[in-house]
Design a protein around this ligand. Sequence first.
Ligand code: ACO
Length: 312
Amino acid sequence: MGNRLIGYGSYLPERVMTNQDFEKIMDTSDEWIVSRTGMRERHMARDDETVVDMAAIAAQRALDNAKLTIDDIDLIIVANVSAELDFPSVGCQILGKLGATKNIPAFDVRGACTGYIYALHCARAFFTAGIHNRIMIIGAEKMSRFIDWSDRSTAVLFGDGAGAMIFEHSTSSYSGIIDTVIMSDGNEFNMLHGSTDHRIIMNGPETYKKAVQLMPDAARYIMSHAGITADNVDWIIPHQANLRIIQSCAEKLDFPMEKILVTVDKHANTSGASGVLALSYAFDNDIIKRGQLILYPAFGSGLTWGAALIRV
Ligand code: ACO
């Protein structure tokens, strides 16, 4: 049983923080940030703006795009690690915000920067099992909640935002979420994690080494699993962690940078929102066309990694 993408939407907070803004508050420079990461600016939520607020706006925009209401959705899966409340799930809170009158199952997945691939994997499984008809995937993060403003090596890397995609059951197995793979390795969790006082702890160089190995591995695995080669792929949307990581993946996969979507310069690393937000950006700016085949490799804290193949 297949599925197809019928709607998308996103939300970025109004406030934009540039590299020059960081220069004013810590010992860093636009030159260092751009040359090491490719980042130029990132959106940051207001203090009173929550993960649920952002997720609900992205979800409503996806519903509007699909000409549906929340009651038309059968399942909501939200990728996030930065929700303000430990419980209930962001998914349940969104239902309240969007005024659902039906009892719609909703839950969160905590795959960090691979979270949206975990969500897509769950959605594929539900479609394959024939359990749900219309599934909304949301990636929403307020990573600025975790910024340690005294640590210049992590403070500049993250941004806030949310994206949503709606998939509907279809008889075609060549559209929508075609294939997914997810992996994790808990032995390496110390490389990148949140602390009990809500700060990002990261060994940057080690994380970098793992990212440039595991994202191409996941991409190669899913292409071979789906029986395709890079020539069949129209676009790669890698997790937007760092431009150098993205360039290295392109090189390892022998894939031209012109067909790799890059939003890290504008959004920085939005963790579980990254790939969903990037797809909305690509549609809104007429970069990716309907019918094209997208390969989504991702990597994150956990360690987690994986990939998805989606025909949009
Ligand atoms: N401005 C200026 N200098 C800085 C800054 C900064 N913002 N941050 C660090 N430096 C300095 C360091 O202090 C160090 O100085 P020193 O040599 O005098 O000690 C120097 O720059 C080099 O530091 P490194 O950490 O070796 O820098 P590197 O070239 O590795 O780049 C970076 C750091 C960008 C963090 C890189 O390691 C990286 O991208 N790693 C992967 C990070 C990542 O992808 N994380 C997200 C994973 S996904 C998830 O789940 C959240």
